[in-house]
Design a protein around this ligand. Structure first.
Ligand SMILES: *[C@@H]1O[C@H](CO)[C@@H](O)[C@H](O)[C@H]1NC(C)=O
Ligand SMILES: *[C@@H]1O[C@H](CO)[C@@H](O)[C@H](O)[C@H]1NC(C)=O
Length: 496
């Protein structure tokens, strides 16, 4: 282990949790985010093909809370102008959205490029630029073409080539105007959450094997797409490409639990970061060792974590232009006691690590009950990443609170304010170069297995209204003020 968390914690305790100057550094940028399946609707319009999420929600509607689905969602496919108006009204520096692969390439492959699909994103990109808002595109936010899933999806090693081919098409279509790119959003959800639990599409359960095949192939897919941009597009367009990982902070319950907390961070964060950002590349050594041992104990012939060849390690290592991550919450972890039983990873305990998850009473739960509010966690997370991978440029690609609704959302304002304060502390006290902050989300949207139950939006969306009317919440007014003042030192007017 190259890093001792006890050292970092004592360093953190030494500084107070207050920050006096609430101004952001010059050039710091604010945005908001959405993703294609969660907002677009129009699931079967024109020549768009079925995605794994279309199939997943239609096959067995009860998989989703209240049998909700994204068939119409926010109807954003038909409401591009309204979405741009909201983004412009907030004064965002950039808008992060994703492209639906099956809308651009209905077969999954570049043999046919949809004109309607292409036009849709041209309208959005050009409309944003006309308002002075930078488009920030995610290539893949979970809606894989079903045709590719039928060929094994991300467990097929050829999926890295399929993704790079798709990426090349998108860079060709929009690279002249779009300079900020993310390859994959939260690969840990695509692999771990999906293959361990089956509660997200494609609904294939293969915890020991599928999870890690997917993990390795996604690392290669990201690297291939990054290299396509780097070699074929960067020389003329000068944009930046990275990957948006989901980082969940693990806090040791006591000093004696430091090692299991570090193991949990390596398992969930390291497995998706180390191959790309570390100096040596490949899997984190502690996880490679752990899965080697577990695989043999479970009767497999070899580790179910597929090894990287030296050539693959070199190929994936260094494929980033900044460090992007989504962050919502933390977990407290401790070593399990003799005979204790476990709930299911990755939302529950860390059985493979012999770790039990707990939530301290002073971490308030949120509507979805998978996230607990712990603002200090984001600063500790940033410090951990810096210790692991060096002094990088950090881009926060998602952060936000899910509530049960209501326009007077002081709880959301307080969440944003406390997390942003911790980011300011990270910048000032820890010398961490955070350059972008992205609120999740621009508006209420289809929140995967939680349907329309939990609300993340700065704008409320009325899902009972065929027009899907959007109304700004108090937090939208507050965020607009913060962006304008470039500071957290603003007051919010309760009058809407
Ligand atoms: C598209 O799906 C809707 C259900 O969401 C259905 O009512 C409609 O008939 C479908 N349209 C086409 C062209 O298949
Ligand atoms: C932060 O990163 C950006 C982008 O790489 C760079 O332009 C800037 O100089 C960095 N700032 C600091 C304080 O290192």
């Amino acid at each position: 282990m190259r890093w001792c968390s006890a050292l970092v914690f004592s360093a953190l305790i030494a500084v107070s949790w207050s920050v006096e100057d609430l101004t952001f550094p010059p050039g710091f940028k604010f945005g908001a985010a959405t993703s294609s399946y969660q907002i677009e609707g129009a699931w079967n319009s024109s020549d768009k093909s079925e995605s794994v999420w279309d199939r997943f929600v239609h096959d067995e509607p009860t998989r989703i809370r209240n049998s909700d689905n994204g068939d119409i969602a926010c109807d954003s496919y038909n409401q591009v102008e309204r979405d741009i108006e909201m983004v412009a009204d907030l004064g965002l520096d950039y808008y992060r959205f994703s492209i639906a692969w099956p809308r651009i390439l209905p077969s999954g492959f570049p043999n046919y490029i949809s004109k309607e699909g292409t036009d849709h994103y041209n309208r959005l990109i050009d409309g944003l630029l006309a308002k002075g808002v930078e488009p920030f595109i995610t290539l893949f936010h979970w809606d894989l073409p079903q045709s590719l899933q039928d060929l094994g999806g991300w467990t097929n090693p050829l999926s890295a080539d399929w993704f790079a081919d798709y990426a090349r098409v998108v860079f060709t279509l929009y690279g002249d105007r779009v300079k900020l790119w993310l390859t994959l959003n939260e690969p840990i959800v695509t692999c771990d959450l999906s293959y361990i639990t089956g509660i997200t599409a494609p609904g294939v359960v293969s915890p020991d094997v599928g999870t890690y095949l997917c993990n390795k192939n996604l690392m290669l897919a990201h690297a291939k797409a990054w290299r396509v941009y780097d070699e074929e597009f960067k020389p003329k367009y000068h944009g930046k490409v990275s990957i948006a990982n989901h980082l969940l902070w693990f806090e040791p319950q006591t000093e004696a639990d430091t090692e299991v907390a570090e193991l949990a961070l390596q398992h969930l964060a390291g497995r998706y970061c180390h191959p790309i950002y570390s100096k040596e590349g490949g899997w984190p050594a502690s996880i490679e060792k752990l899965l080697d041992k577990l695989s043999l104990e479970r009767g497999y012939a070899r580790s179910t974590l597929p090894a990287f060849t030296q050539e693959e390690k070199e190929y994936v290592r260094g494929t980033y232009d900044f460090f992007a991550f989504n962050h919502y919450s933390g977990r407290q972890i401790r070593w399990a006691k003799e005979g204790e039983t476990f709930s299911q990873w990755p939302l529950g305990d860390a059985e493979d690590l012999n770790g039990k998850i707990e939530f301290p009473e002073h971490w308030p739960p949120t509507a979805s009950s998978i996230f607990y509010v712990y603002p200090e966690g984001i600063r500790k997370q940033l410090l951990w990443v810096k210790q692991q991978y060096g002094d990088l440029e950090f881009v926060i690609t998602e952060n936000g609170l899910d509530t049960l609704g209501g326009r007077d959302d002081h709880d959301r304002i307080s969440y944003f304010r406390e997390y942003l304060k911790q980011i300011l502390l990270a910048i000032r006290e820890d010398g961490i170069n955070v350059t972008h902050y992205t609120a999740w989300s621009l508006m209420d949207l289809f929140e995967w297995m939680d349907g329309y139950h939990s609300k993340f939006g700065l704008y409320e969306v009325d899902f009972t209204d065929p027009k899907r009317t959007r109304t700004p919440r108090l937090s939208a007014h507050w965020y607009k003020k913060v962006i304008k003042a470039h500071s957290l030192d603003v007051t919010v007017n309760d009058e809407l």
